[in-house]
Design a protein around this ligand. Structure first.
Ligand code: CTP
Ligand code: CA
Length: 226
């Protein structure tokens, strides 16, 4: 059967997408992480590729296959993700920060396995770099910068706060308090926010949503709509 060709509106554009969780080591055998599956970020990378972009996908540890035709850079920690992100963002037209970056990492990574001691223990943590804020603060070759916000309450308020504080062009917000949506699920519902505009996308498959998000970005870049 003949497949109808997808219009290559992103031909010549470079996208960099972060996806998945980060993994912050405590010692050689333990780490701090979160439940991000990477599905949304991988779907965004695949959607941008399908519309003709060259795509770098900076991925934390996940269990999904790399989309065809996408360059994948595997990282573990937030610091590793930041270093890859800054290098690639400077060469990109669009940066999408979809990764669930750990907000903190261990102040010291123990070289040896930490031994069990008293009945209580405390781990000192330090704040990780804010990757997307660093990308948005680039003074040369700054890409169109798109963030994500997963919230359990006051979704619009927090999303707009992040849009402003991190100086993003756009933020995709999802309400993770809704059963069966968001983290680890195949489905998601998003509201896209810009400084002076918003668009609600009903609950749908992450692959479909990703295509809609990438088309919305293309529209904001002034590319012909698809
Ligand atoms: N982000 C990032 N680097 C971090 C933390 C977050 O790049 N160290 C990015 C995420 O990839 C996402 C956006 O910032 O695109 C919002 O992430 P979120 O965790 O919702 O925001 P935080 O600023 O970390 O605030 P909080 O977790 O307190 O809600
Ligand atoms: Ca966070």
């Amino acid at each position: 059967a003949q497949l109808s060709p997808v219009p290559q509106v992103l031909d010549g554009k470079v996208f960099t997408v972060t996806a998945g969780p980060t993994r912050e080591a405590l010692d050689p055998v333990r780490y701090i992480t979160n439940h991000s599956s990477g599905k949304m970020g991988y779907a965004l990378a695949q959607a941008a590729r399908a519309l003709g972009a060259r795509v770098n996908l900076i991925s934390g540890p996940v269990n999904i296959q790399a989309p065809q035709g996408v360059d994948v850079i595997y990282v573990n920690s937030a610091v590793e993700m930041r270093d890859a992100a800054i290098t690639l963002a400077e060469k990109s037209d669009v940066f999408i920060g979809c990764a669930a970056v750990a907000d903190y990492r261990a102040a010291d990574i123990s070289e040896q396995k930490i031994k069990k001691q008293g009945d209580e223990m405390t781990i000192a943590l330090v704040k990780n770099p804010d990757i997307i804020a660093e990308v948005a603060a680039l003074t040369q070759n700054r890409p169109y910068t798109v963030g994500f916000a997963a919230e359990t309450q006051d979704v619009k308020k927090y999303a707009l706060g992040k849009l402003k504080n991190k100086q993003l062009n756009m933020i995709c917000a999802n309400d993770v308090s809704q059963e069966g949506l968001g983290f680890n699920s195949d489905n998601n519902a998003l509201t896209l926010f810009w400084e002076n505009d918003q668009q609600s996308l009903p609950a749908s498959n992450k692959k479909e949503l990703a295509l809609t998000v990438v088309k919305a970005i293309a529209g904001k870049l002034g590319l012909p709509s698809v």
